[in-house]
Design a protein. Structure first.
Length: 126
């Protein structure tokens, strides 16, 4: 049987946040893949069909900006990226939207709000 659930690649190096995201997204009907660093994110993105990426900016290996640029290049900007970051500077928000992100949410965030936002983004991207 083919799994038709939307696939979300979670790129998060904080294990507790990664677990929280994975549990909430799994409960909401998504299939999740977890990358704990930037290099693993690129590897998993290349190996899997991904519908949306949740991307932390501060990561070991490649940082979030490098991964965002890579995903945009490989997908021609068609895979929505949501940044989940503790960085709250306006410059980061502006840079993210200039690079084509779908949404920017600062930590700590409400997991239910994030799930709702992801559902909305995926509906629009179909």
């Amino acid at each position: 049987m083919i799994d038709s659930r939307p696939v979300v690649l979670i790129v998060e190096d904080d294990q507790s946040i990664a677990n929280l995201l994975r549990i909430n997204l799994d409960l909401a009907g998504f299939k999740t893949i977890l990358a704990m660093d930037g290099n693993q994110a690129v590897e998993l993105f290349n190996k899997n069909r991904v519908d949306l990426v949740l991307l932390d900016l501060m990561l070991p290996g490649k940082d979030g900006w490098e991964i965002l640029a890579y995903i945009n290049e490989k997908s021609n900007g068609l895979i929505p990226v949501v940044i989940t970051s503790a960085k709250t500077q306006r410059a980061d928000l502006t840079k993210g939207f200039e690079m084509g992100i779908a949404y920017y949410i600062t930590k700590p965030f409400d997991p239910e709000e994030l799930v709702d936002r992801i559902k909305t983004i995926l509906k629009k991207s179909k």
